[in-house]
Structure formats: C-alpha cells, structure tokens
Design a binder for this molecule. Structure first.
Ligand SMILES: [Zn+2]
Ligand SMILES: [Zn+2]
Length: 173
C-alpha cells in the first residue's frame, strides 16, 4: 500500500494490511527463509510538525530448513513497528523523509510504500541462522542419523573415519 504523506489527516491514519506471501517472494530469495502465509500488519501514521511517526505491529509466518537437522520447520515472527522520520525539504521542493540514525528508516519522496516498512522490520527479526529449536541435536556427523529422533553409538566409540568426518562441515544449500 502506498501512503501519501500529505494526505495523512492531523488526527492520524490507521491501516490494517494483509499482503499475500507471493508478493514478497522475491524479497526473500537467496535467504534460508520463505514466507509461508500472508503477512499481516496494523500501522498507525501520525504526522507532526516536520515529522512522521509509524507505530504498529507486523506478523508473518516463515518456513526454513534447519541448519542442524535439515528438517523443514515454520515459525512466526511478530514484532512491533516504531519508526520516526523527520521531513526535510529535498530537491525540487519535494519533501524527503529521513531518519537520523538508521538506514532502513530513510525514505525519499512524499510517499511511503508499506511493503518497505514491513520488510525492513521483518528483516531485523529473522534469525541469522535457521535452527528449528535451540536444543536441536542435529545429525550425527558420523552416521547421519537425526539425533532428535534416534540415538547412535558413534559418540561413544568416537573412532572417526576421516572421510566421514569431512561431512561434519557439510551443509545442504
Ligand atoms: Zn533441527
Ligand atoms: Zn552416529
């Protein structure tokens, strides 16, 4: 949704958004994550003298393959949105929106694409490595069994075949 800053009434503007996962597909290409459901958000826009506030919340369902056990898992990201922009006179008398401290908060022009806002917030919340659970035990580096489901005797023996040991660092892309 495109919000024209000049059309935000002085009492503020509240919007409910539901975006299709397909529309965000390209944004997560190349990352370990895919959106697995619609992205929902509630945003409130408030204009002040030379400033703009965006408050609200965004939530989305993601799926990924666990780095440790290689099983697919899904998780929900729900995060508050709280952004502040200052408006500066830009080129050609256009207004520009700039946030002093963060890159993702800088916008130019007098329009805001809510997609950029939502993506920026979600990107901050997505974990760096995809792990299905903190205590996922992963695959045994020696025999490859999923240690969450089965146990093996490798650890006890610890006589590691060098060729198999190389698999320890192998990751499926
Ligand atoms: Zn796992
Ligand atoms: Zn094993």
């Amino acid at each position: 949704m495109i919000i024209k800053v000049d059309t935000i009434p002085s009492e503020g503007l509240a919007v409910e958004l539901e975006e299709r996962a397909e529309d965000f597909e390209s944004s997560f290409k190349g990352s370990a994550y895919t959106l697995s459901g619609p992205l929902r958000a509630h945003l409130e826009f408030t204009v002040g003298k030379g400033s703009l506030y965006i408050d609200g919340e965004v939530s989305a369902l993601f799926k990924a393959r666990c780095d440790r056990c290689l099983e697919e898992f899904s998780f929900k990201v729900q995060t508050p949105v709280s952004l502040f922009f200052t408006r500066l006179p830009g080129l050609k008398g256009e207004l520009e929106l700039k946030a002093p401290d963060m890159d993702i908060n800088s916008l130019s022009g007098d329009e805001i694409d809510t997609k950029d806002i939502l993506l920026g917030q979600l990107a901050l919340e997505i974990p760096y490595s995809a792990v299905c659970s903190d205590d996922c035990r992963g695959l045994c580096p020696h025999c490859g069994v999923d240690l969450n489901k089965e146990s093996c005797i490798c650890e006890a023996g610890s006589k590691v075949d060098a060729r198999l040991a190389a698999l320890k660092n192998y990751k499926v892309k």
